[in-house]
Design a binder for this molecule. Structure first.
Ligand code: SF4
Length: 330
């Protein structure tokens, strides 16, 4: 099925007119960009404000535009509560209309007794009905509360699975409602419990363990490849919600303690060509963990997370491999 998203046009129009905003920036994540022009045109017809689409790539609420505007409307994500922004921002989570119940009914027979329920911004409005349904089927359901990077209970980000870790000891497995593998992979690597994906768009129930094992084999290979490196680049993001200066400092100290040379490189959008131009032997990314984990194959040189660097340098055993989460206060 194809899913539709609720862009909450009426609420946006009311906000623009109510605040008498003159200059409004609309920001869409990559998955919603094809609908950006239609949404912008519909809004433009109902307001006097100057409407601009932010054309740069966007992958999360960690990366809101820093340009001047009376109002920024960010689609597709919930706010990251612990992040300050100088601009006035309205978050439209773009609720999906995909009905989760058929896939949850399919999943229920595969679930153990105690379940931790997780999802993303697009499906978070279904948490309570799903919880009620699972309880009616005799399951015990827990919805965890995360740290200050997570807006809603049961919400998971590709860089933060704290709401899963907080209930991990009380559940037998996690049930993730959503599409794609990355969020479930983050939970699977951040906790020791099995993760079952219920995908309401493709109406598919699947286990993440095979993908997790394949990904771990890839990560092992990349860590080994980085052993040959003499000069490391430490990636420090310019995006406010991905910028981990303390982590970059820690990474630099780890490398210098082992007599290895490193340099911090500050960047907004990271691309293979930008890294290639600098000619360094390997990279440690303190930015979004998706960069190292999801996009690694597009980069010529190995990109490691800080945790993988600890393994490379013998500060952590391979058996203690953990997902690189960006936590509140980092
Ligand atoms: S750091 Fe990455 S995973 Fe986290 S919110 Fe930003 S884009 Fe998403």
């Amino acid at each position: 099925m194809t899913e539709q998203f609720d862009f909450e046009i009426d609420r946006i129009v009311q906000a623009i007119n109510g605040r008498k905003s003159l200059r409004v920036i609309l920001q869409f994540p990559e998955g919603l960009k094809r609908q950006a022009a239609d949404v912008a045109t519909t809004i433009s017809r109902q307001v006097d404000a100057y409407i601009i689409i932010h054309g740069e790539p966007c992958y999360g609420a960690c990366d809101v535009p820093r340009g001047k505007a009376d109002l920024i409307v960010h689609f597709g994500h919930l706010p990251i509560p612990c992040l300050d922004s100088p601009n006035s921002i309205m978050f439209i989570q773009a609720r999906s209309d995909a009905d989760p119940m058929p896939v949850i009914q399919q999943a229920v027979g595969k679930l153990p007794q105690k379940i931790g329920l997780l999802t993303t911004a697009q499906h978070i409005h279904h948490i309570v009905p799903i919880m009620d349904f699972l309880k009616s089927e005799g399951k015990e359901v827990l919805v965890g509360k995360g740290d200050g990077r997570l807006f809603a209970e049961g919400q998971v980000l590709g860089c933060n699975a704290s709401c899963a870790r907080n209930v991990e000891k009380k559940v037998d497995a996690f049930l993730f409602l959503g599409t794609g593998n990355f969020h479930a992979l983050a939970v699977s690597l951040a906790s020791s419990k099995p993760v079952i994906i219920a995908d309401p768009v493709n109406n598919e129930v699947r286990d993440i363990s095979e993908i997790r094992d394949r990904m771990l084999r890839q990560r092992h290979g990349i860590i080994e490849k980085a052993r040959e490196a003499k000069r490391f680049g430490i990636l420090l993001s310019e995006k406010p919600g991905q910028r981990r200066e303390k982590m970059a400092g820690y990474v630099g100290r780890l490398l210098s303690d082992k007599g290895l040379e490193s340099i911090v490189v500050e960047m907004d959008l990271v691309t293979p060509n930008k890294l290639k131009a600098l000619g360094l032997d390997a990279w440690i990314s303190t930015a979004c963990p998706r960069l190292a984990i999801d996009d690694y194959s597009t980069y010529e040189k190995p990109i490691l997370t800080p945790i993988e660097l600890e393994i490379l340098l013998g500060k952590r055993a391979w058996e203690e491999y953990a997902f690189d989460e960006i936590l509140e206060g980092q």
